[in-house]
Ligand binder design. Structure first.
Ligand SMILES: *Cc1c(COP(=O)(O)O)cnc(C)c1O
Length: 419
């Protein structure tokens, strides 16, 4: 047993240690994380880690980032007291409104931060991958703003499914390259982006979109998204005169969740809840709940929990929300779950759709289908903990989900109203 496991078993890994001491010098979150990549990528990752170390917490970098966040992204985002949901769920419900951030979700916090970093590291161009297209749009926008050319790799299948986002990226000046290899979706797109990066690791910067991948990405993305929780914690203290009793966010790769959670990890009285995509059932291939149903393994350069079969083959996943439809999860979440600091549950497609409807009708806010998973988890918690305070990370807005909503909720509404 490693010293780390002994600490965990003895319950001696304290909440404030979780908030402060990971990743370690090797990029590990306890047993998770690290760098499981081909030899050719190691120098590029080491250079990036050194660049992150040098720039990320420097005063001039902070100042430039804060100015972009305030004047271009629209931060701080609002904290909204959800009056009607509070009444219906018999709890005090607060929403952290990342749906109000530029391009409609939290992803821009990371994209603009890494674009600024890339320019400081002397990169001449940015490459990125995208699945549903949201990270591609955020990256294209950030690159236009910061003044770097941008190439986005996207699976051919995803390009057909997410045509409006492909158009957005093109308008924002990005070159979108269709990936026709492999599964022609996100995983193949990541491989292509990495190949591009390795062919010119000095001039090219690889802008990864969630708290996943090899070190230093999970750390870098967490630090750039942690602004969500820092703001929300201060806003709760100012507006509710108290910390929340619980904090909840949806978990795909885990970036909006770790960004919200981080400021609360050391507050031991605050319960923390991550909600994964429960899809249409518990069987393999029916969901995208990597923590609830996954086992440890290596995916895209990092050791974490992932959905795999007996032979270790990565499983197909399903979720009504494209942004949660991913077979892995960031290594810090695997640690937080192992340490018992965060509880992970799932919400089904049906529960998420129901939560979209309830949030729309109650609060006049159309949440992203991803964020609706957090709302569904919050509702469950609120009903089990009457009269208490819960803070929900509303990671994005639902405008992008109109095709799915049209075929489900809206068709149902039309039917009920006899049209
Ligand atoms: C991409 C996305 C997610 C999932 O990504 P994380 O890295 O888990 O945050 C969640 N919500 C929205 C709105 C997204 O666009």
């Amino acid at each position: 047993m490693t010293a780390w496991n002994a600490e965990l078993d003895g319950g001696r890994l304290l909440a404030d240690e979780l908030a402060g001491k990971f990743p370690d010098a090797r990029g590990r979150f306890g047993p998770f994380g690290g760098r499981y990549v081909p030899e050719t990528l190691i120098p590029a990752l080491e250079r990036l880690a050194a660049g992150v170390h040098e720039h990320l917490h420097r005063e001039d970098f902070r100042r430039e980032l804060e100015l972009e966040l305030a004047s271009w992204v629209g931060r701080p985002t609002a904290l909204t007291h959800a009056r009607t949901l509070s009444r219906r769920w018999r709890a005090a419900v607060w929403l952290k409104r990342e749906d109000l951030a530029h391009t409609g979700a939290h992803k821009i916090n990371n994209a603009v931060g890494q674009a600024i970093l890339a320019r400081r590291l002397g990169a001449k161009r940015i490459v990125a991958e995208t699945g549903a297209g949201q990270h591609g749009v955020a990256t294209a926008a950030a690159c236009a703003r910061i003044g770097l050319p941008c190439t986005v790799y996207m699976g051919e299948v995803d390009m057909q499914r997410q045509a409006p986002n492909v158009g957005r990226m093109k308008l924002l000046g990005a070159t979108v390259v269709p990936v026709v290899n492999g599964d022609r979706t996100l995983r193949a797109a990541i491989d292509e982006a990495l190949r591009d990066w390795v062919s010119d690791p000095l001039g090219t910067y690889y802008l990864l979109g969630s708290a996943v991948g090899p070190h230093p990405y999970p750390y870098l993305v967490r630090e750039l998204q942690a602004v969500i929780g820092r703001e929300a914690r201060a806003q709760m203290l100012a507006r509710a005169a108290n910390l929340p009793d619980a904090v909840v966010a949806c978990v795909g790769g885990g970036s909006n969740a770790i960004g919200l959670f981080h400021a609360f990890l050391a507050d031991r009285q605050v319960e923390i809840l991550g909600i994964e995509a429960g899809g249409r059932g518990t069987g393999l291939g029916e969901n995208a709940a990597s923590i609830s149903f996954g086992r440890p393994g290596v995916l895209q350069g990092s050791y974490s929990l992932l959905l795999q079969d007996e032979a270790g083959q990565i499983q197909e996943t399903h979720s009504v929300s494209a942004g949660l439809d991913y077979p892995g999860v960031g290594p810090e979440h695997a640690l937080l779950r192992a340490a018992g600091r965060v509880r992970y549950e799932s919400a089904s497609d049906g529960e998420a759709l129901e939560a979209v409807k309830e949030c729309c009708e109650s609060e006049g806010i159309l949440p992203a289908l991803e964020s609706a998973h957090a709302l569904a988890g919050a509702k469950r918690w609120a009903q089990a903990n009457p009269g208490r305070r819960i803070l929900v990370g509303l990671s994005g807005r639902g405008d992008k989900d109109m095709p799915t909503l049209q075929a489900t909720l809206i068709a149902q509404l039309d039917q009920e109203r006899g049209r």
